[in-house]
Design a protein around this ligand. Structure first.
Ligand SMILES: Cc1cc2nc3c(=O)[nH]c(=O)nc-3n(C[C@H](O)[C@H](O)[C@H](O)COP(=O)(O)OP(=O)(O)OC[C@H]3O[C@@H](n4cnc5c(N)ncnc54)[C@H](O)[C@@H]3O)c2cc1C
Ligand code: FES
Length: 263
């Protein structure tokens, strides 16, 4: 990759896959890409399109930046359809087009206590955040998941942070998880910030409890995206002002109280 770019601005690069490692279940994998010269924030994302894709699928696919360091840029992916299935079958040395870093990302200061709430693949944007945080003891991490915990990079979170995970295999577990979320949000001390990412039903619950106990909560939405840069209007979210905004360019991170989840 020999491209002169401004690291502060999004750019489109061609990068090679350095490695792919599969998690315990075959439906999850970690993609390690050549390092990119970007200055990115946790919660920002990339659009990926393997070089060999013709017209099916046409559009690139959005993924959170899971972790970024001098050696690689890592994406954690669950196979859910054609695009993710095709990406999972690529080999080291294959080339991808990657647009990024996109979106706004999470804002916080290093001395601020964080309550991180993640559901399923919502863990992805928080892995690098927690591992590179200068004060991991300020992080409380609550993770709800359906598949075996070994499928997710939960064990990588720094032991100095306090971490709880709860697997949901039935309705009773979902209620337990909701009770836990409500308690954690209520107990979250003044001056701390809640960061959340996960499926929409989970985010709705977080929004409701944060509103009840008037907490400073931010959430990353995972709307379907096509262009990723605000042009196609395919990813809009309604905000509390009544306006529709592009999730890719105005988000994906929003203040919880600003999001209107439509039925
Ligand atoms: C900002 C952002 C960050 C994301 N980060 C990650 C990540 O780190 N890791 C990861 O595995 N996935 C992530 N996703 C979701 C990922 O983009 C989709 O799973 C992927 O685009 C599906 O592509 P596909 O071609 O395999 O599935 P398709 O064949 O297009 O669809 C298969 C199924 O997946 C559902 N689906 C498609 N797009 C989404 C979506 N955005 N959210 C939820 N369900 C969807 C479809 O409704 C359908 O049921 C993120 C999405 C966004 C918007
Ligand atoms: S994905 Fe095109 S406007 Fe957001």
């Amino acid at each position: 990759m020999k491209q002169s770019i401004n690291p502060a601005r999004p750019s489109c690069l061609k990068v090679q896959i350095l490695g792919i490692s599969y998690a315990r279940s075959g439906n999850f994998f970690h993609l390690y890409l050549e390092p990119t010269p970007w200055e990115s924030r946790p919660g920002q994302f990339v659009m990926l399109r393997p070089q060999g894709w013709d017209n099916d699928p046409i559009w690139p696919r959005p993924f959170s930046i899971c972790e970024k360091n001098d050696d690689s840029l890592r994406i954690f992916i669950q196979i859910v359809g054609r695009g993710t299935g095709l990406i999972s079958r690529l080999q080291p040395g294959s080339t991808l087009h990657i647009w990024g870093p996109l979106g706004n990302g999470f804002q916080f200061s290093p001395d601020m206590p964080l309550l991180i709430l993640a559901g399923g693949m919502g863990i992805a944007p928080f892995v690098g955040l927690c591992k590179s945080h200068p004060n991991p003891e300020l992080i409380r991490f609550i993770f709800g998941h359906r598949m075996d915990i070994g499928c997710y990079p939960f064990a990588e979170l720094p032991p100095a942070s306090s971490r709880i995970h709860l697997q949901q295999t039935g309705q009773a577990d979902i209620f337990d998880f909701q009770r836990l979320l409500r308690q954690e949000i209520e107990d979250c001390p003044a001056g701390s910030r809640i960061l959340a990412c996960g499926p929409t039903p989970f985010l709705k619950v977080v929004q409701e409890y944060a509103r009840e106990s008037v907490k400073d909560a931010w959430m990353s939405l995972e709307n379907k995206m096509a262009c990723g840069v605000g042009a196609c209007l395919g990813c809009v979210t309604m905000t509390s002002s009544g306006d529709y905004v592009q999730t890719c360019s105005h988000g994906p991170v929003f203040r919880a109280e600003d999001v209107v989840f439509e039925e």
